[in-house]
Design a protein around this ligand. Structure first.
Ligand SMILES: C[S@@+](CC[C@H](N)C(=O)[O-])C[C@H]1O[C@@H](n2cnc3c(N)ncnc32)[C@H](O)[C@@H]1O
Length: 334
């Protein structure tokens, strides 16, 4: 059972390893929290899984904390704790990052070209579904091409730095069907859901906030089919619902960390079976953090030099690239 000491260590670690250099405000707040016995005691009234820094920070921002130093943050939390606590008990971290489409696009386009068919996309752990629209965004690869959808994009171009032999597409693939599965699908048309997604974007990342707002506009204009449920239970029936004249790609990004080892193993076995099917192969793209697949037999080899915070992109269980977790970079492996 976690105690105040370990909650303190958790916030200290978050400040030192995740926020420093990336969000000075979260660094300041979390360093302050880690030394504050009163705030730590309040956090410890929640179950351990609900004490996580990203959930707390998102909840405090959702309730409306001013973006100022730790003293203001602390007073705000003490004054508004019942509302903050309620958000922490009912919401989960569901950051939806359209930027990840930049690292999925080369594989999606290559699959569509190789199969000679448009795409039917299924995202497991889709949140509000912003990653289901890779054909609607503009891309700026550096070095690499600029790609724009026909008719332009209402979303700021997704910038992605590149290394290695990335198989850049010449044009964006066609997507004829899009669907997602989530334990708690968020509705881009719902004001509170959209505000929650905004609260999860770190304060200094204004370009990500702008991108999120624009991407949710794309989702609202043509909402995807979003199924509520567990990815291990819902994936087989959803694949069955996909149109037969399209090539089905099941993908996920920053999801498997929330699934236990047994669930990951089951999901992986299902996906490898789908990928090997002769009658109707389904492609599987996994974009997850290092270590997420640890414990799943043969899913990923880990080397110490790879533990640098980057994600791993796999196609049908085979590692093809290392990436920036928000889609900001891709290094294609030879
Ligand atoms: C960090 S968000 C990532 C959202 C999106 N994939 C992206 O990259 O922007 C993880 C999502 O996975 C969902 N999730 C976690 N475990 C799940 C499960 N067992 N089945 C379905 N969805 C799950 C969460 O509800 C959340 O919306």
């Amino acid at each position: 059972m976690e105690t105040g000491t370990t909650t303190s260590a958790r916030y200290r670690r978050f400040a030192d390893l995740e926020a420093r250099g990336y969000s000075p405000l979260y660094d300041d707040w979390c360093t302050g929290i880690s030394d504050d016995t009163e705030l730590l005691a309040m956090l410890d009234t929640l179950p351990p899984a609900r004490r996580q820094p990203v959930l707390f920070l998102g909840a405090v921002r959702f309730v409306g904390v001013p973006l100022e130093g730790f003293a203001t943050f602390r007073s705000f939390v003490l004054a508004r704790w019942p509302e903050i606590r309620q958000v922490m008990r009912t919401r989960t971290t569901q950051t939806n990052e359209a930027g990840r489409c930049a690292v999925l696009l080369p594989s999606l386009a290559a699959i569509s070209a190789a199969e000679g068919r448009p795409l039917a996309l299924i995202e497991v752990g889709a949140s509000a579904g912003a990653c289901l629209y890779p054909d609607r965004y503009a891309y700026r690869y550096s070095p690499g091409p600029a790609l724009d959808p026909a008719g332009g994009s209402s979303v700021p171009a997704l910038d992605c730095s590149t290394a290695g032999p990335v198989p850049f597409p010449q044009r964006l693939p066609d997507v004829v069907w899009r669907a997602g599965i989530d334990l708690n699908p968020l509705d881009a048309r719902d004001g509170d859901d959209a505000r929650w997604l905004e609260a999860l974007v770190w304060p200094e990342h204004t370009f990500r906030l702008e991108r999120l707002r624009a991407a949710l506009g794309v989702v609202r204009s043509e909402p995807p089919l979003l199924v509520r449920g567990d990815l291990t239970e819902e994936i087989v029936p959803l694949v069955d619902r996909a149109p037969r004249d399209a090539v089905v790609v099941v993908f996920h990004s920053a999801v498997l960390a929330y699934v236990d080892a047994e669930g990951r193993n089951r999901f992986r076995e299902t996906m490898l079976r789908f990928a090997a099917a002769r009658d109707r192969p389904v492609h599987w793209l996994s974009h997850e953090g290092h270590g997420t697949l640890a414990g799943v037999d043969g899913a990923m080899e880990r080397a110490p030099e790879e533990l640098d915070g980057r994600f791993v992109l796999q196609h049908n269980g085979r590692t093809v690239a290392r990436t920036g977790p928000h889609g900001q970079s891709i290094e294609w492996l030879p």
